[in-house]
Design a protein. Structure first.
Length: 413
């Protein structure tokens, strides 16, 4: 089968949904399908293009047996709501041109795409008589509303209607959580078009890395944390992550001199978060840029606790992709999120971490000290996470996803 995978985020982007759109494409090719990827030039999560890409309109390349068609993307430095619209429209325009370059495919998979791109792809579904699958990694319009980037008004109401139209006209829609599926169902997307396929983790690869990895590499590179209890956040630093709460936690726990915090990554809010940290004059918090994959696993080997946060009100519209990798490394989670969010529910039910509401600094500090004082609790939470994550193994999830694609084609052929 000829399959076209479209996403703004693809290797070498290495945060958010990029690892999933990349690995999905690789898996489909490994199963013998001819796969073309239509994407943008790398920019995420730093919101910066590489110097060599800035004047390019198109590029044809390859990655692990995939044909990769890249197109121009407008990337603002500090994106406003209007600039994000331009950003998405530029992606949509050059995606359509690259669809024409790619030629007819039997199946189009849209992963984490803007709403305008989804609407434009309906035309190619009709022209090519193709299966169109929308792989929802977050609910874009709802996320913008919850973060205050959009306001409730007739325009946003129209955008939400376009989202529903896109999903209703697709062949079927995959969401990564049950809450996202329920959200779309409430908006009017037929239930028989909605399926839940969670994000996945390659258990075999993680197990191999754990065996081969040598503990102490990360800490030896950062002696400020040597001999201390280490709490680290690693990932995108954006509006959704609400990382100011980790800075508040570092300030509140200064009397515990052998606790050290790391914020690791890039993103549109990094400068803002760093300014907030500087205003606190903390000596128990270190900022680091994004780590390579090898360095990231060295970090996970050495830290005691992994911090994950969601801004209040965003818990049903996105789910942190890095969670499974942390759980697979047997690390306990320290979570700041709405208590009824999918993130909080999973962590609480699995008993793989401790959860606090976003505004409850006292509870967050209490949870941190509980983990600091009780290594047996940390070990138990980490073990629970590792055992739970086995059900999200790459082969189990993606074989079912591919089975639905091939089954749909067989029913309609």
């Amino acid at each position: 089968m000829r399959i076209l995978v479209c996403s703004p985020f693809f290797h070498p982007d290495h945060s958010g949904s990029a690892p999933y759109s990349t690995d999905l494409s690789v898996y489909l090719a490994q199963q013998g399908h001819e796969v073309t990827v239509v994407t943008a030039f790398p920019f995420y999560p730093s919101w910066k293009k590489r110097p060599e890409d800035r004047k390019k309109l198109f590029e044809t390349g390859d990655y692990m047996g995939l044909k990769v068609l890249r197109g121009y993307l407008y990337v603002p430095k500090n994106p406003t709501a209007f600039q994000r619209i331009l950003h998405e429209l530029s992606f949509t325009l050059f995606t359509c041109l690259n669809f024409l370059r790619a030629g007819r495919h039997d199946c189009i998979i849209l992963s984490a795409i803007p709403i305008p791109t989804g609407l434009a792809s309906l035309l190619f579904k009709f022209l090519w008589n193709a299966q169109l699958v929308i792989h929802v990694q977050d609910l874009q319009a709802d996320a913008a509303l919850s973060l205050g980037m959009l306001r409730h008004n007739p325009l946003t109401g129209f955008i939400l209607k376009l989202e529903v139209l896109m999903c209703r006209r697709a062949s079927w829609v995959a969401t990564i959580t049950l809450n996202m599926k329920d959200n779309l169902k409430r908006k009017g997307v037929p239930e028989d078009k909605l399926y839940v396929y969670p994000n996945w983790i390659d258990i075999a690869t993680i197990s191999k890395l754990k065996k081969q990895g040598e503990q102490g590499q990360f800490i030896s590179s950062h002696p400020v944390a040597r001999g201390k209890f280490v709490v680290a956040y690693a990932g995108n630093i954006g509006a959704k992550q609400d990382l100011e709460v980790l800075i508040d936690l570092a300030e509140a726990s200064q009397s515990y001199e052998d606790i050290h915090y790391f914020i690791i990554g890039e993103g549109s809010h990094r400068a803002q978060v760093k300014r907030y940290a500087r205003s606190k004059a903390l000596n128990n918090l270190t900022f680091l840029p994004f780590l390579t994959q090898d360095k990231y696993f060295e970090m996970l080997q050495d830290i005691d606790v992994s911090f994950v946060a969601q801004r209040s009100g965003t818990g049903d519209v996105f789910f942190p992709g890095k969670l499974l990798g942390i759980m697979a490394m047997s690390k306990p989670l320290l979570v700041s999120a709405d208590l009824r969010s999918e993130l909080a529910t999973v962590v609480s039910n699995v008993k793989c971490g401790l959860v606090s509401a976003p505004a409850d600094l006292n509870s967050l500090l209490e949870n941190t000290i509980s983990l600091y004082d009780n290594p047996y609790l940390c070990e138990s939470l980490g073990r629970n996470g590792y055992e739970h994550v086995q059900m999200y193994d790459r082969e189990q999830v993606l074989s079912r996803f591919l089975g639905r694609i091939t089954g749909w084609n067989e029913r309609t052929s």
